[in-house]
Design a protein. Structure first.
Length: 427
């Protein structure tokens, strides 16, 4: 069993982008080599700026290469909650941006010829309880009437044609969400950014930032110092102590995934005949999909603990047990991969982007990072070019941190996890 992300292990080999001389200056320095940083570097370089991206490990080594490889539509907080907070018009604007984000990913894969198995396979939001299905019925009407988004409601009996499991009570099918191979996508986006003129420096962490009187910055890194007119923080859940202001505004939650041995095409189709992306309705639920080589990827918040070798194995054991509860026919199937990673959540469960004391940022994707990171990278490139209206998240400033003396270490997560697990049992 490999304790590395399946997506990175099965992507083409990366070139070594470490050990290069850092230039003395650049127009833009991007900190972080995940999808947010790579998209920002790509779109900014295409505008003619000299862009330098610094990454403390390898591109895609954080959340961008450790996720469920889903490119799905829908707000992180749901349309009802968005309307309650922001009003119908603003909720519709936000919803449209999340929908457009999937289009942007598809457009990039076509424009830059990124071979990453992008496919509009559709997303099944499956109901773990009967009352969840009734809530989906109301959501379907709301999406059609107020957000111009047509979805399909599937009863429990109708769901049999989409899922080889009797565990769920129905589903809401969004036909336009997409699957992709995120490892291939990250690699392709990095290559596209370099073709556009961006420089990528791996294994070169940013260690400090100094704001200059002229409005620019000096960025200290492990391999030297660089001066830039603009800096973009693209670190999300992997934000470290070099940027404490952002660190305290995020809650970093562990997420874990297992991937089975190859099942063969026939057996894979028995599980998910139309290769849908499957996300269940629990507070602490699962995300499930087939891989391009007919394995089952099964993920979730198995344990409220950081990811490390021992923790990942324990989480993998939990996930395998839960997987066979949903798919009893997989009892005895081998697990070839297990890994974990961190997901960046904001306190109000919605992404945030903007400018803080001259420093641009986009983070807190709350599990919707594949499409929104790509989209927000493009938006930040426009913002740095003097177009603040390009930011769909404008005006949604980070909420006040509700935990006194919080510094980015979420010591309270086990208690929160116990609370939400109890809610899942009761409701």
């Amino acid at each position: 069993m490999k304790q590395i992300p399946y997506w990175l292990d099965t992507a083409p080999a990366l070139p070594d982008r470490s050990g290069k001389d850092l230039p003395d200056e650049a127009d833009v320095v991007v900190i972080g080599g995940g999808l947010t940083g790579l998209s920002t570097a790509y779109h900014t370089a295409r505008k003619g700026a000299r862009v330098v991206l610094v990454e403390k490990d390898k591109v895609g080594s954080g959340a961008s290469g450790r996720n469920g490889s889903m490119c799905t539509q829908g707000l992180t907080i749901g349309v009802g909650e968005a309307r309650k907070r922001y009003g119908q018009e603003r909720a519709r604007e936000l919803y449209d941006s999340f929908r457009e984000a999937v289009d942007v990913v598809e457009e990039l894969t076509q424009t830059e010829r990124i071979e990453c198995d992008f496919n509009r396979s559709g997303r099944l939001g499956v109901a773990a309880k009967p009352q969840h299905f009734e809530s989906m019925r109301a959501t379907q009407r709301d999406l059609a009437e107020n957000f111009d988004h047509e979805t399909q409601l599937l009863t429990r009996s109708e769901l049999k044609s989409e899922l080889g499991s009797a565990y769920y009570h129905g589903a809401l099918l969004d036909p336009l969400s997409a699957a992709l191979h995120v490892g291939k996508y990250v690699h392709g986006l990095a290559e596209a950014a370099e073709r556009a003129g961006a420089e990528i420096h791996e294994r070169n962490a940013a260690t400090g930032l100094t704001r200059l009187a002229d409005g620019g910055f000096v960025v200290d890194t492990l391999n030297g110092t660089i001066r830039a007119q603009q800096v973009m923080a693209a670190t999300d859940a992997y934000t470290d102590k070099a940027m404490p202001w952002f660190r305290k505004r995020l809650i970093n939650v562990g997420s874990f995934i297992i991937v089975t041995e190859p099942l063969g095409e026939a057996r894979a189709k028995e599980l998910i005949p139309n290769a849908r992306l499957v996300v269940d309705s629990k507070n602490i639920g699962h995300y499930i999909r087939l891989t391009p080589d007919n394995r089952l990827a099964f993920g979730g918040r198995a344990r409220f603990a950081p990811s490390d070798a021992a923790s990942d194995v324990k989480s993998g054991d939990i996930l395998k047990r839960e997987m066979t509860e949903i798919f009893p026919q997989l009892a005895g199937v081998g697990i070839d991969y297990v890994w974990g990673g961190m997901v960046g959540f904001s306190w109000d469960r919605i992404p945030h982007a903007g400018e803080a004391d001259g420093l641009y940022y986009s983070m807190g994707y709350c599990g919707h990072g594949v499409q929104m990171a790509t989209y927000m990278g493009r938006a930040v490139a426009e913002m740095m070019d003097g177009k603040p209206e390009a930011n769909p998240l404008r005006g949604l400033g980070f909420p006040k941190v509700p935990v006194p003396f919080y510094n980015g270490t979420a010591w309270f997560l086990p208690f929160g996890g116990a609370y939400y697990k109890a809610k899942d049992k009761l409701r």
